[in-house]
Design a protein around this ligand. Structure first.
Ligand code: SF4
Length: 281
């Protein structure tokens, strides 16, 4: 259940060691660009895990405390059922008791219900928002909570002294890469966040089919001929250009700029995309 996070076996991922724990299997947000459908069977069907909490308590005793936990990397730790079941909440309580650092990645405002636990532990929250436009998000991430709710949640979290990172992931040419939209969006959220992490769209046959079925323009994206770890990257120069423009607006808003699996050391000013490494040693 607990694994060391290394999705690319030392490839473009620049994160320091972290443990990954998925309280749920699969994810029913059904984002068109989702990567998990290429490696998890029936990935858009959310399954509950039978977590043995006593076993988890024992297991973490043998782990290194300076290595943070990431919740989650192949699912959202806050699906709707979490409100009733509180599985992520229980996991957080256990990790907190042993003094572990935790990095949450979510698209759900349900994270608010656990701020009482997180407020005095070493925790960061990364909110993925690919577009501030609820209508576009309904097409792109049909079952995820609307971005307007996520933005309100970010504002609420800022009252708790918990570092928040905005994750614009993925940036998809012709779909959500308009720089004036990103700039306006940052104007609204920059007072409430510490960092922006960005990653460009990486195509796999299944996510490309879903995405180009909804957004025909995606067929015009120019990809590298050679795949990297099974993913088709946008052509290097185009990718660099997109990221540079976004970095400029991010810096105009006095925020740190992180990259996820891009390989452009000249652009990023954080070690990785994960705020946990920026805020807690
Ligand atoms: S929230 Fe993440 S894991 Fe869930 S469907 Fe969307 S991209 Fe996939």
């Amino acid at each position: 259940m607990i694994k060391l996070f290394d999705p690319w076996k030392g490839g473009f991922c620049t994160c320091l060691p972290k443990y990954t724990l998925n309280p749920y299997t699969g994810c029913n947000h059904r984002c068109l660009y989702c990567y998990i459908t290429s490696y998890i069977k029936d990935a858009f069907r959310l399954r509950l895990k039978r977590i043995n909490f006593k076993g988890l308590e024992k297991k973490i005793k043998g782990l290194k405390k300076d290595i943070p936990f990431s919740l989650s990397n192949s699912s959202d730790p806050y699906p709707l059922v979490e409100e009733k079941l509180g599985i992520t909440r229980k996991v957080l309580e256990i990790l907190k008791k042993d003094g572990f650092k935790v990095s949450i990645i979510t698209k759900s405002a349900l994270v608010l219900k656990d701020l009482d636990i997180m407020k005095d532990m070493k925790a960061t929250i990364s909110f993925t928002i690919t577009t501030p436009d609820d209508e576009m998000a309904r097409k792109l991430e049909p079952h995820a909570p609307p971005p307007s709710m996520r933005i309100n949640a970010i504002k609420e979290i800022s009252r708790y002294n918990i570092p928040v990172c905005l994750r614009i992931d993925p940036v998809i040419p012709f779909v959500n890469d308009k720089i004036d939209v990103i700039d306006d969006f940052l104007k609204e959220v920059s007072p409430y966040i510490k960092m922006v992490s960005v990653s460009t769209y990486k195509a796999r046959p299944d996510n490309f089919k879903r995405l180009s079925g909804m957004f025909k323009e995606v067929k015009r994206i120019k990809f590298e001929k050679k795949k990297i770890r099974g993913y088709r990257y946008i052509e290097r120069e185009i990718r660099h250009g997109i990221l540079l423009k976004i970095k400029e607006v991010v810096k105009n808003h006095n925020l740190k700029f992180g990259l996820c699996r891009e390989g452009f050391d000249d652009l990023k000013d954080t070690l990785s995309c994960d705020p946990i490494f920026e805020h807690f040693e």
